[in-house]
Design a protein around this ligand. Sequence first.
Ligand code: COA
Length: 255
Amino acid sequence: MTDHVTISDGRNGVRLVVIDRPQKKNALTGAMYDAMRVALEEADASAAIRAVVFAGQPGMFSAGNDLSDFLAQPERGFSDKPALRFIRQLARTETPLVAAVDGVAVGIGATLTLHCDLVYASPVARLRMPFVELGLVPEAASSYLLPLRVGRLKATELLLLSETLDADAAHALGLVNAVMPADMLLDHALAQAARLAALPQGALAASRRLIRGDRDRVEAALEAEAKAFDAQLQSPESRERLQAFLSRAKPASAL
Ligand code: COA
């Protein structure tokens, strides 16, 4: 486990995974991805853990992948890294997943919610997927899941133009179940997770598989994305954009 991901298990079968790196806006490092992946693997292996809730810090869900990690050793690419191992596990996890999004969710911070069964947001939640703006490509099967969820035209605005979705817009698009005050958000997400955890487990697992549809398509999408991501990570255009953010040569986002 890492200092920056806190995991706690309730007696009601709900595991809470809190991203906890506020000084870097909850940007995710390899160690953090590993901790989150193991948290999901353990949930699937344990009869006692029957739902997982992801949460961040007040006003900050996650700024996505640590951008300095993208710049370090680009030749190793994305496929060789904990991020992809986490994403693969996220897509195959059998345990129901719930997200409590308070504040900014960028990159994988936003795309991980596409794998969640229930998503709740505070009024200040902002979803943003600025992959192309950074010279990169979508990940976590978002190039497949997002058009499926919101239609190809809206997905194009979000994935190619990196438009920001506020909480109400995300709700209207069906990417968020409900928007609620920040001080109620986590309790509500935990309560909903507890409801899932209390359901008959065989029926829940079978129904969840039916609702989530073709897993092979999701897995094919995330693997194809990883190959394209690897290629882009080595491109001058992505290195320039990533350096620009980290050196603040120009603002990285319009959030
Ligand atoms: N990777 C690495 N460091 C990051 C980071 C990331 N994804 N996001 C934020 N940080 C760091 C900043 O470099 C800064 O570090 P410093 O204090 O050592 O200079 C610190 O976190 C605070 O970030 P800052 O940008 O000053 O906070 P903000 O409140 O003005 O903006 C964000 C918050 C999330 C909107 C902004 O940081 C951002 O756009 N981050 C990049 C998000 C992104 O593009 N993610 C990858 C998508 S693929």
